[in-house]
Design a protein around this ligand. Structure first.
Ligand code: C2O
Ligand code: CU
Length: 454
């Protein structure tokens, strides 16, 4: 984003200026109005921030909102002081104030940034953007596309429905919208050239919606999840499933004929299947006769490999929500029946029996720096939870006790109702890190914990 780089330091590391402020953005066509949003740099999504692996990035953030905020760099394994969690890693940035974020992203891939204060409202109003760390040697493609997926809860006149933190959204599946956007626009048709190879980088920035994109007559090859390379593979049923916060990078050969169409369907919510995008092939002659014969595998990132022979196993139990079996929970050190906890504090979710209050808490675990850990996570609820760990990527080893193919690295693992998963990682960056459900209303309703690495 050239216009944002307004100065170069002596070290020649780019300085981005990033300001959050209220602005207008057209989502629905006229006669609806432009939607009043909160945005980074006046755009939704915010500008794509591009960085080079291992090189210092300096982002001068300014808060032009009327309330405090912070910026969290989702998925980046950077120093704790730059993680953007208010109270835990930095003070909130008050209206009119600045905060300098400076870090060296160690991994190449697709990451993103968003507020971490009143996030269920701040993200839903439009504050989010992609951050790409470029590979030294990217795979050969014809086009490299970033698609930031969101869904909005809009009135017919284009205004955002203001019922943030609504009872049913906290207790059930989170704030689902009624208007899906890609890069801030409703997407119906997308023009492609027959024979071209796309790199399609998908990011789910929605508060709660899960996307399940089914490619049918195309064959998506997944090369990375959550910014981390994975053995190139075609996912089961040619379906890419992304919970809130998650990313997938695909290599997609546009194999249709000139003038043809390829439809990608989102079939996640039963009975709400819709056509997510229609690739429209131009009438040009195919760019090439057969798909490009160039390697697609990405070079691995420098993540420490957990030592499973030495890893300590820790249990992580997710409970609560409506229709849950949870009876009591600890909140601020006191035991409550779930009903009174909801009535008095609007908390209904727990991790290991504790409902979070805000972001600052006693650690759930204290991990020894450099040691390997395995978390056996159990979703003992009737709802989906994309569970996100800050500052670390873990390997997803099993799901429901079955080995997961390619044991991908991830920073977020999506657990369906009553599922279990085992993930392993090396606790290698010191500090207090958040672990929470990325359904932002669930986090607000208590599904968060702090993990200390010391
Ligand atoms: Cu995407 Cu705790 O964040
Ligand atoms: Cu959740």
């Amino acid at each position: 984003m050239a216009p944002l780089v307004c100065s170069m330091k002596a070290s020649a590391s780019p300085i981005y200026r990033l300001k959050a402020f209220p602005s207008k953005h057209r989502i629905l066509p006229a006669p609806a109005e432009e939607t009043a949003v909160w945005s980074y740099a006046g755009r939704v999504p915010g500008p794509v921030i591009r960085a080079r692996q291992g090189e210092r990035l300096h982002i001068g953030f300014e808060n032009g909102l009327e309330e405090p905020t912070t910026v969290h760099w989702h998925g980046l394994r950077i120093a704790n002081a730059m993680d953007g969690v208010p109270g835990l890693t930095q003070p909130p940035v008050a209206p009119g104030e600045h905060f300098d974020y400076e870090f060296e992203p160690p991994d190449a891939g697709l990451f993103w940034y968003h507020p971490h204060l009143r996030s269920s409202e701040q993200l839903a109003r439009g504050l989010y953007g992609a951050l790409v760390v470029e590979e030294r040697d990217p795979p050969r493609v014809d086009r490299d596309l970033i698609w930031v997926l969101d869904d909005w809860r809009l009135q017919d006149d284009g205004a955002i429905v203001g019922n943030f933190g609504r009872r049913n959204d906290i207790r059930n599946e989170g704030r689902l919208g009624n208007t899906v956007t890609v890069n801030g626009k409703r997407l119906v048709d997308f023009a492609v050239r027959p024979g071209e190879r796309l790199r399609l980088r998908l990011l789910n920035s929605a508060n709660a919606r899960v996307f399940a994109l089914r490619f049918d007559d195309l064959t998506p090859t997944v090369v990375a999840y959550d910014g981390q390379p994975v053995e190139p593979h075609v996912p089961e049923d040619k379906r890419v499933v992304l919970g809130s916060g998650m990313r997938a990078e695909l290599i997609l050969d546009m194999t249709g004929d000139p003038g043809a169409q390829s439809v990608v369907v989102d079939d996640y919510y039963e009975e709400f299947e819709y056509s997510f995008v229609r690739f429209q092939y131009s009438r040009d002659k195919p760019l090439r006769e057969s798909p490009l014969d160039a390697p697609v595998r990405l070079a691995p990132n420098p993540i420490p490999e957990p030592d499973l022979t030495k890893a300590e196993t820790q249990q992580v139990l997710i409970q609560g929500g409506s229709q849950g079996s949870l009876e009591e929970a600890i909140y601020k050190g006191q035991t409550y029946g779930v009903r009174e906890l909801w009535r008095e504090h609007r908390k209904i979710w727990t991790i290991n029996g504790i409902a979070a209050h805000g972001m600052v808490m006693d650690p759930m675990f204290t991990l020894k720096r450099g040691n390997s850990y395995m978390w056996a996570i159990k979703n003992d609820t009737e709802w989906d939870h994309p569970l996100h760990l800050h500052g670390h990527s873990f390997r997803i080893l099993t799901r429901n006790a079955e080995p997961v193919p390619h044991t991908p690295w991830a920073d977020t693992v999506l657990l369906f109702p009553n599922e279990t998963a085992e993930v392993a990682f090396v606790a290698d960056i010191p500090g207090d890190w958040l672990f929470h459900c990325h359904i932002l209303e669930h986090h607000e309703g208590g599904m968060g914990a702090v993990v200390r690495v010391a």
